[in-house]
Design a binder for this molecule. Structure first.
Ligand code: NAD
Length: 233
């Protein structure tokens, strides 16, 4: 059985990383148009780099939580693929082995000219004057800004379309095209949603069970239930 886990900012909230929306959401303190757009990267470069430096510094000071660990442990019993909207590396650090990042990775930079030239970054601070050693262009955070294409979308859609069981954790399903991935889940596949709120999962026919809890609490409970119900003895 193949389980696909689709995660958003909420799965990392219990590690102490702010979400975008909801209480303490990042967007209460920043304006999206100032920070997370290609236009901002061009005209407000210093501020954008500073914003992601702060996110990177924060990331280095936190740890995966019980939800990341529970998702990783599912691999002991099932084929598991994680599709995440998050740019943090907490799924990696918890031990998940098959992760597709839809919106990039905070601990990497990329050429401003060529999206395929990607480099790991040491520490948390991007030198704003650093250039790609391959094409000489200035570097930028390896994140997909609002309004930009999502290069990993097709690969993610393919993964989602082969799920035998689909779990959604900590996403408001408000950011497109990522949110439309749920439309690729085959119509008979059971969907579980772990989120203290009830995000609108607009699928016509799938059975959906809502686990209205924080990820670090609800995801380990769900993992135990799935192992009891479906894992081969
Ligand atoms: P979102 O902020 O729109 O929604 C967060 C969701 O998480 C909400 O449904 C909320 O109810 C839920 N939530 C809050 N606390 C939770 C908890 N403790 N446990 C479980 N769920 C909880 O986030 P989104 O849907 O991921 O979309 C916004 C964009 O935010 C994504 O593109 C993502 O790249 C970006 N983002 C990423 C990070 C990160 O990498 N950790 C952090 C902030 C934003």
């Amino acid at each position: 059985m193949k389980i696909v886990v689709f995660t958003g900012a909420g799965v990392s909230a219990d590690s102490g990383i702010c979400t975008f929306r909801g209480g303490n959401g990042l967007w209460d303190s920043y304006r999206i148009e100032d920070i997370c757009t290609a236009d901002a990267m061009l005209h407000n470069r210093e501020e954008v780099i500073k914003f992601y430096n702060i996110r990177r510094k924060e990331l280095l000071s936190v740890e995966p939580n019980a939800a990341h660990v529970a998702i990783s442990k599912l691999e002991e019993h099932f084929r598991v693929q994680v599709v995440t909207q998050n740019i943090d590396d907490l799924h990696e650090r918890a031990g998940s082995s098959d992760i597709t990042h839809l919106h990039g990775e905070l601990r990497k930079l990329r050429s401003t000219k060529d999206e395929h030239l990607i480099y790991p970054i040491e520490g948390w601070q991007q030198d704003p004057t650093a250039h790609s050693k391959d094409d000489g262009a200035l570097l930028r955070p390896f994140v997909v800004f609002f309004g930009e294409a999502v290069p990993m979308f097709e690969q993610a859609a393919e993964i989602v379309s082969t799920a035998d069981l689909f779990i959604i954790v900590g996403t408001s399903l408000a950011v497109y095209p990522a949110a439309s991935l749920v439309n690729y889940v085959r119509p008979w596949v059971q969907i579980y949603v772990v989120d203290p709120e009830v995000p609108n999962v607009s699928v016509p026919r799938n059975p959906i069970e809502y686990i209205q809890m924080k990820a670090a609490q609800g995801m380990p409970l769900l993992a135990d239930k799935l192992i009891k119900e479906y894992a081969k003895k």
